[in-house]
Design a protein around this ligand. Structure first.
Ligand SMILES: [Zn+2]
Length: 487
């Protein structure tokens, strides 16, 4: 479409309206039509950003090039960018506009360690040997959200819609760190709504709260001695780890079935003939709400103390991070659902479906290709699927809604080489384009429809009165950065 026709449409709206089917006139105003067109204009950029982020595939808090890429694009578009927020060099905030309402859009870009794969339907290292992979599709998440923010800004500019667009470049989602520390540092203060999406093998509005979680380590400090010559002079930190794990495993019988507790021993000593002076235990404890997590967490802290006492060692607990369960917001979910149904699920090519079917066959999964439909919005909150997300923190600072858009074949194992391969195909960005449209349209609903703003806030306020927000981590706690990022 030429610039002059676009301008004509912008000024009159007549062509757009006359070209649309009747239902579109009823459901979608001119602003939304224009926003969709703006995302279509951005499609090549969304695709190239998603491919660049896939090539980088940088893991949590090492996303230097990824964060810079997205921040630079937004800065060039006229957003003012603050980099390195909340003591994380790879976190940023890009803002455009003035006054309220303030629309928050979340973007992620971190990869998962050691699941990198070439964009082929078999398990195969990347040609450049890069080990990490976008098995969660955050390359698409970052690119699609940036596309949404730019399209929204351009639409607001064109129609003189008051408000602010604020894109939050949030690192380290996979370690459930980024948004927790950004929230703790006040980075999200002042937003009226947050919108986000996530790549998946379904296209739907999320109606699942995820699990609340605490992630913590317990270090035990004993005394080294020769394991055979003078073990009575030693005190074993590994013994303390073993007692702690044994006691927690006995505790399992007496906790609710919704709880999940899992651990590893990152450090259990150096050699059998040395009484280990140092050992480390690492736990996640999850449940379907935060009070239930805290109940079990307190119990586990008592166990750690008891383990130290029993072994005459000392111990130190480090709460690395924690999250709430998501706060759902029905009025926003319904608005997002209407927009998702209007935009429709991403359309993948026959070649894409063949690729997905090959992957599915190789993994003994029914070869269904990509999903082609938008799922209906579930009436009831869905059973918790078992994971936790730091998006939950943001939904407790302002009303928010999350959508899923298909970017990989049906039922493929998530966080795997198969999804890392899928997300490296240029056409995976079709999911990011759909997401960008739905986020931009839902933002426009919020900007233009006061009833929606009031309804969304009422749901949020009701929950906050019952459960005011308390950060899972102590005020002012700094994230643990990888050595390369420490300043
Ligand atoms: Zn993810």
């Amino acid at each position: 479409m030429t610039q002059s026709i676009k301008l004509f449409i912008a000024v009159t709206g007549l062509i757009v309206l006359s070209l649309q089917p009747v239902v579109a006139i009823a459901d979608v105003g001119l602003e939304k039509q224009v926003a969709i067109e703006k995302v279509d204009d951005l499609q090549p950029i969304i695709q190239s950003l998603s491919m660049e982020l896939w090539n980088f595939s940088e893991i949590a808090l090492e996303e230097t090039r990824s964060a810079k890429l997205l921040a630079d694009v937004l800065e060039k578009e006229g957003f003012s960018v603050e980099r390195g927020v909340a003591d994380m060099p790879t976190a940023f905030v890009a803002s455009w506009g003035q006054g309220g309402p303030v629309i928050g859009i979340l973007a992620e870009y971190d990869a998962l360690p050691n699941i990198g794969n070439a964009p082929v339907p078999t398990e195969q290292a990347r040609e450049d040997g890069h080990p990490h992979g976008q098995g969660c599709g955050h390359n698409l998440f970052g690119a699609g959200s940036v596309g949404a923010a730019i399209a929204l800004k351009r639409t607001m500019e064109q129609f003189d819609i008051p408000g602010t667009v604020r894109l939050f470049g949030s690192p380290a989602e996979e370690t459930v760190v980024g948004k927790v520390y950004m929230a703790n540092a006040g980075v999200f203060d002042g937003i009226d709504v947050t919108l986000d999406w996530h790549p998946f093998y379904l296209t739907e509005v999320s109606n699942d709260t995820g699990q609340a979680m605490n992630n913590f380590q317990v270090e035990f400090f004993g005394r080294a001695a020769h394991g055979a010559h003078d073990p009575w002079n030693g005190r074993s930190a590994l013994d303390a780890v073993e007692i702690m794990n044994h006691a927690v495993n006995m505790m399992r019988e007496h906790i609710e079935p919704s709880a999940r507790i899992h651990y590893v021993i990152p450090d259990g000593g150096e050699a059998p003939n040395v009484v280990p002076a140092y050992a480390k235990d690492w736990y996640y404890v999850r449940d379907d709400n935060r009070p239930k997590v805290l109940k079990n967490y307190e119990w586990m802290l008592q166990i750690a103390e008891a383990a130290a006492m029993a072994t005459q060692t000392t111990h130190k607990v480090t709460l690395i991070t924690g999250v709430h369960e998501l706060l759902l917001n029905r009025p926003l979910q319904e608005a997002a659902q209407a927009n998702l149904e209007y935009v429709g699920a991403p359309e993948f090519s026959e070649d894409d479906h063949a690729f997905a079917r090959d992957l599915q066959k190789n993994l003994d999964i029914e070869p269904l290709g990509y999903p082609t439909q938008v799922s209906p919005l579930a009436d009831d909150v869905q059973p918790v699927s078992g994971g936790s997300t730091d998006v939950a923190e943001v939904t407790r600072l302002a009303p928010g809604v999350s959508i899923y858009v298909a970017t990989a074949g049906t039922d493929l194992p998530w966080h795997s080489w198969a999804t890392a391969a899928s997300h490296g195909r240029p056409n995976a960005s079709r999911g990011a384009v759909v997401a960008a449209k739905v986020l931009a349209l839902t933002a426009l609903d919020f900007l233009l429809d006061e009833d929606l703003r009031v309804a969304a806030k009422a749901v949020f306020d009701e929950e906050m009165e019952k459960n005011p927000y308390v950060s899972p981590i102590p005020k002012g706690q700094k994230p643990i950065l990888p050595e390369s990022q420490q300043r």
